[in-house]
Design a protein around this ligand. Structure first.
Ligand code: UDX
Length: 454
């Protein structure tokens, strides 16, 4: 099929590259000329494992442009995958979505085209996008848009750092549409994924025993709410284990064993029960805020989601408080942070706990040194105002530090030469913000190990 994708961020580019890999003809559109030039040259503008390989493998089916006129008229399916950054009151800022909808409407040809919301958008956006596309179409062509297009919702569940895995081998595909012919177009598009009939790329083999992927075919509003409900549930699962962590610390229980003990109950499941500093990233904060805002519009209080957000906020404070309790005075101390990205295997710093913690430490008069295996360059570019010392290695972070805080659980930090690091520190204090390290190993290396929870 002919597919066009508006927006070449994580979601847009991953969707485009995967569909092109499966054999569809894909045109990716982005307003940013530099991004398009980089992609033309085979360079991916963000760090994501194997994305450059996938783009190279799919190259013969992929093209990149800044012009809607090159992409929309020929498309059977147009995905909208633009950013919906958080607005001031918790509701997302929809101006890029609006511009995309108008651009699509102005450029639609006469054959039936399915316009798909892939960005996470507030409930009801399907109807709103439909109205915008129709209005732009009618203005451009001077006639009614009857039957020229239909809007669908196809929420994206990929995680940064495992975007290709999540896209080629998803747990489910959700399609929301109000007419059967719209769902049928998307069914045909996703068939190779639903039936797992494609040849897996060498760098991303098919998980064992994956024979088929379930399809949820539903109405627009349900598909939109599935996305919010899924992200909010994952976010509250993390906040739940962090709240239990506080109780565990008080009663002297071991949170890692508790997470194992409850996670093996199939009704609960083992994932997203890793206690620590809590969630960051572009989705959980934004989507939980948007869900609370939508609920409020309809007079629903969303107590549970609000509480999950509050627990998450407090975890970052708790991390700094623990250092304060240990060092007594933070003024004039040097604190080393290991990890800046909001999670491992990405260079994304949006809502990263490390940034918040660095600011809190600086406010209290501490000097802060930082290191990240891949996010340093992006950090310097995007956070030049933060007065921290950028280090080339974990060893540099440790030198003359009064304490180290492990903020992101990069595998690179799992087995550092702690004796050597400790020898260059002023005091051997380590706060493990991710339950990553072995308390006994650190204690043997002369460290005071502090867990979150401890
Ligand atoms: C998330 C959703 O998982 C994905 O389905 C959706 O499409 C987009 O939002 P992402 O933000 O890329 O994906 O990362 P994810 O792996 O979900 O991690 C989010 C945050 O939660 C990270 O900061 C991570 O460190 C934290 N986390 C995750 C925990 O603190 N504990 C856990 O057990 C799991």
């Amino acid at each position: 099929m002919n597919v066009s994708i508006i927006g070449t961020g994580y979601v847009g580019l991953t969707t485009g590259a995967c569909l092109a890999f499966l054999g569809h003809k894909v045109t990716c559109v982005d307003a940013d000329e530099r991004k398009i030039q980089a992609l033309e040259a085979g360079r991916v503008p963000f760090f994501e494992p194997h994305m450059e390989d996938l783009v190279a493998d799919a190259r013969c089916n992929l093209c990149f442009t800044t012009r809607y006129a090159d992409a929309i008229p020929k498309a059977d399916v147009v995905f909208i995958a633009v950013g919906t950054p958080p607005g001031p009151n918790g509701s997302p800022d929809l101006r890029y979505l609006e511009a995309a909808a108008r651009g699509i409407g102005q450029n639609l040809a006469d054959h039936f085209t399915v316009v798909v919301n892939k960005s996470t958008v507030p409930i009801g956006s399907g109807n709103w996008v439909g109205a915008l596309v129709r209005e732009a179409y009618e203005q451009a062509k001077g006639r009614k848009a009857n039957g020229a297009f239909a809007v669908a919702s196809n929420p994206e569940f990929l995680r940064e750092g495992s975007a290709i895995l999540d896209s080629l081998y998803p747990d489910r595909v959700v399609i929301g549409a109000d007419e059967p012919r719209t769902s049928e177009v998307l069914y045909t598009l996703y068939r190779p994924i639903l039936e797992q009939t494609f040849q897996a790329p060498a760098y991303q083999p098919r998980p064992d025993q994956l024979a088929a992927v379930p399809l949820i075919s539903t109405d627009l509003a349900s598909a939109e709410l599935i996305k919010y409900a899924a992200n909010a549930f994952l976010a509250l699962k993390i906040s739940y284990i962090n709240e239990i962590g506080q109780v565990a610390e008080k009663v002297g229980a071991d949170i890692r064993q508790i997470a194992r003990g409850i996670g093996l109950d199939a009704r609960i499941g083992p994932r997203f029960l890793q206690a620590g500093i809590g969630w960051g990233g572009s989705c959980f904060g934004k989507d939980t805020a948007a869900l609370v805002a939508t609920a409020a519009e309809y007079g629903v209080a969303a107590h549970i989601v609000k509480a999950a957000r509050e627990v998450n906020r407090l975890q970052r404070e708790r991390a700094v408080d623990k250092l304060l309790a240990e060092l007594k005075i933070l003024k004039g101390r040097t604190i080393g942070l290991l990890g800046l990205a909001f999670k491992p295997h990405t260079d994304d710093l949006r809502e990263a706990p490390a940034l918040d913690i660095a600011r809190k430490l600086i406010e209290r008069g501490a000097r802060v040194k930082v290191h990240d295996p891949v996010a340093m360059e992006r950090f310097r570019r995007e956070n030049a105002e933060l007065e921290v010392a950028c280090c080339a290695s974990a060893e540099d972070v440790a030198e003359d530090a009064d304490a180290i805080m492990l903020v992101t659980e990069w595998p690179d930090y799992a087995d550092l030469p702690w004796e050597k690091l400790g020898a260059s520190m002023r005091s051997r204090i380590l706060l493990d913000g991710r339950q990553l390290l072995d308390r006994e190993r650190l204690t043997r290396a002369g460290f005071k190990y502090i867990g979150l929870p401890d």
